[in-house]
Structures are given as C-alpha cells and as structure tokens.
Design a protein around this ligand. Sequence first.
Ligand code: FAD
Ligand code: SF4
Length: 531
Amino acid sequence: MPTQSTVESSRQPVRHLIVILGDQLDRHSPAFHGFDSERDIVWMAEVIEESTKVPVSLPRIAIFLACMRHFRDALRSERIHVDYREISLGESSLADALKSALQCHQPAKVVMVEPGEWSVRESLRAVVARHSVLLDERADDHFLCSHREFADHARGRKQLRMEFFYREMRRKHQILLDRDGKPEGGDWNYDAENRGSFGKAGPSDIPSPARFAPNPLTAQVIAEVQRRFPQHVGKLDRFDWPVTRDQALIALQDFIDHRLSHFGEYQDAMWTREPWLYHSRISAALNLKLLNPLEVIRAAELAYRSGRAPLAATEGFIRQILGWREYVRGVYWHLMPGYLDRNAMRASEPLPGLFWTAETDMQCLADSIGQTLELGYAHHIQRLMVTGLFCLLLGVDPKEVHAWYLSVYVDAVEWVELPNTLGMSQYADGGVMASKPYIASGRYIDKMSNYCCQCRYKPAEATGKAACPFTTLYWDFLIRHELELSSNPRMVMQVRNLARLTEARRAEIISAARELRQSLRVQVNGSNLST
Ligand code: FAD
Ligand code: SF4
C-alpha cells in the first residue's frame, strides 16, 4: 500500500485545490462539481485559532474535529487524495495553513464553496489573491435562499420581518401548501397552538433521542481535545452527537418518528435536567452540512401528510428551518461586517463569571448554563429567555454575549449565532431581527418551567431579600429605556405598567438593580480561559 507521501510525489501537477472547511462536510456540495481524483486534491485543516479566538468549549471543539475526521476518512475511502492538517501539526490560522498548502501544492486553481463566516471568506480570498492563483468560489447551494434572493426580498422594505420572508419561502419551495397553493389548513402560522408548558406534573415519557456512542475515531478526538485544551470549559463524558451523515440521518428519523408530534406544543417549555424534551438535536448536523435543510423539511412534511404528525407541530418545526434559519443567514450577509459592532441599547456590563461555571443560586441559569457546559446544548427558549434575557436585562456588552454563545454550543457558527444573539436576543441591532426587545420578568420563566419552585428567589418580587434578579432587572430595564421603548407600539403595554410605579418604588428598584450589578461584576470572566 503506498503511503500518502509516495502518492503525492508520483502525482501529476495539481489542477484544483478543493478547500473544504469544517462546516462544509457535504460530499455533494458544489466544491466537488467537476472533481477529478487524478488531478485534484482536497484540502482540510484543523487550526488552533478556530478553538481559541474565543475560548471554545470542549464539546464544540470535539464535534467539529470528529465530524471533519470522519468526512476525511470517507473521502479517502473513495480514493480521493485529502491533504488533511490535524491540529497536532500546530497550524495557527486557516489563512496561514492555506498559504502553506498553496506553496506546497502549487495548484492551478483553488476551488471552494463560499465560507459561511464573513471574516473567514475575506481572509481566504486575500491569501489566494496574494498567491496569484485563480479562485473559483462557488455559491453555497445548501441554503434555500441565495444572497441575491434575500437582497431582493429586503429591497425597499423599511423593516425586515421573518414572517413575510417565510411565506415567500413556503411558496417558492412548495412546502405545506394545499392544491390551490394556499397554506395548508388555511393559516401560515400555528404559533398560538405552540406555547404549552408542562404544568405542575412535568413531562412524562418523552422518548430519548438517538444517541451515538463514540467510535474509536471519535474517542481519539475526545482524548486529544481533553489533552490539548485542559483550560477550556465543558465536559466530554456524555458526548453522543451524530458525527457522520449516516448518523445524522438516523437522528433526523428518530426525531420525526418519536418527537415531532409534540415539538410545537412544548417547544417553549423548560424543565430541570430535561435538556432535550421534544427538540430535534439536529442543528449541528445541519450547520456542518451533514444534513440538507430541504431533506429535513420534506421528511417533516411527509410525516404530516401520512398522518404521523399534526399540522401545528409540523408547521412550527418547518418554520424554524425554512423560516428562521434561512432568514438569520440572510440578515447576517445583508448586514455584515458592520452588524458585529451594533449596540443599540448601549450595553456595557461585563459577562458575569457564572456563565462559565453555572455556579449560581438562580435555578434557571444554573440549569440552562449547567447543561450547556456539560452537553454543548440548550434549546431555543433557554438561550433566548434565560441566558439571553439575563444578559439583555443586565445590560451586558453584546460582543461579550456573542463571544459566549459562539464558544459554548455545538451548533455555533457565526452566520446563525450572531443574528440570534446580537439581534433577536440582545436587541443590539435596534429592531432588525425582532420588532421589540424580548423582555420578561421572572414570571415568564415561572410559567414555562419548574425552575422557580426550586429557587430561593420569588419570581413575583422585584425588591427585598427574595427578589428574583430577573424581575428586578426587568423593571430596571424598562426604567432605563422608558423613553425609547415608549415609541415602539409593541411595547405599549409594558411601558404602561411602568407608569403605575411611584417615584419611591422606582428608586427602590434602581437601587436593587445597582447592587445586583455590582455583585455580579466581581465574578471572574471566562475570557482568561483562552489558551
Ligand atoms: P429544534 O428546536 O429542534 O429546531 C429545529 C431546527 O430549527 C434547529 O436544528 C435549527 O436548525 C433551526 N432553528 C430553530 N430556531 C432557529 C433560529 N432562531 N435560528 C436559526 N435556526 C433555528 N442555532 C444554531 O444553529 N447555531 C447557533 O449558534 C445558535 N445560536 C443561538 C443563540 C441565541 C441567543 C438564540 C436565542 C438562538 C440560537 N440558535 C442557534 C437557534 C436555536 O436556539 C438552535 O438552532 C436550537 O436550539 C438547536 O437545537 P435543536 O436542533 O434541537 O433545534
Ligand atoms: Fe430564575 Fe427568578 Fe425563577 Fe429563580 S425565581 S428560577 S432566578 S426566574
């Protein structure tokens, strides 16, 4: 059997260097169109910067490396020549690693699918240009809305709103339409049926999701990640994510067969030590491109059409992928690079250290952050209405919030994480992603979970020893932003409630919020975890 280096030396000059990034693991991607295994080389690299520019958690590092190495091996099993740079080779950044690859292989052309992250795209383009090699950058057909289509949608609109975009996408891709081209069941949106909580009894008999015990290759990655990044947060002993396309397809089918039916009803509900509930756990597989969004949507629609899932649940699930997922990507590319610097609420507090330890007596944060560090996962409402809400109400600098979300979740990639964090959750874009700040007091968390009944704080109280920090900060947020919020028609009710407070009551709340901020400022910041 020839070794990799003897194969290399006996090869003809390289025609195309095919660049495959860690979130482009699709064998059918446009990068492989016209691929000639005699003359082309695939290039992939694990670089240190990707794990350290924000201090990435262990589950997120491990899932990327495990998926990449499985993809590499699958390509090699097709006798494709892959120049794969493992992290042990010490490549510092993608740009530097590509520079070395260009010097080594001297290809006539570099072929890549456009990177999903703005700064990666810019840096790779610059390296190729400096090396005077032709670059064939191909549009990413994984997504169902192209940059041009999104720009057409956005043109002339004063405000972007997901709902209108989503209807266009339903029509364009013929999803959940009846024979007359109208929305199935008569409505575009069944959100009103999708806001259930579990009540006092809690969830029962939720089918466990499909899990994938680490095979020898994944186990090797886990050991290496643990050894190489000892200071990074997160745990790996429960790592069971799908890391190949075959596993991702099993995970998808398992969700469709066993949990989709209740997805909508309980998609906003939370319960202590129940991280998965009826969620699909497929975001990482989608973002790394082991799954294609259209196949996921079609699988859900088929379940509805064959009577295996109700319409409200199916529509709710499809809206997340055909609607939100495509929409946030559109917003990202439409508004980058300036989007990253937005801070409409002028928030400047540091991120409290408890975000890196989960050590807090606030039960909602302890549970949501605890499972995040342990599993690299929290579902949407935990991200939006627990961790995100706390940062928004406290007034944390959106860049720090962004860095945290980007580092801790297995599905975190900037094009989807940034608009969700900075826009939807922190309202730092001043209303591009959301028509109003998603703010609520501790009462919302009490309604949607069992967290508060185990907590030493009382969600209804804004001041005093048992005051819930969310509730204190909720009123303080309204007081601090009263003027700007009063001009938002969707905030009228909340601002009107504020008018009922006496000046003395306002002063008490402001003082309680100030004390809370001071106590949180003294905690250690996780940014010193970077290696
Ligand atoms: P499910 O609840 O089963 O939903 C199904 C699928 O819909 C998901 O897999 C995902 O692909 C898609 N989806 C759902 N909500 C959204 C959304 N708001 N935006 C885009 N796609 C969505 N999602 C990421 O994929 N990566 C991120 O880095 C990320 N960061 C987030 C940060 C914040 C502050 C918030 C509020 C949300 C974030 N989301 C992110 C969206 C959402 O929370 C996750 O997609 C979801 O929790 C993943 O779990 P799941 O696969 O079980 O999803
Ligand atoms: Fe969270 Fe407040 Fe409820 Fe405690 S009382 S769990 S801090 S919302």
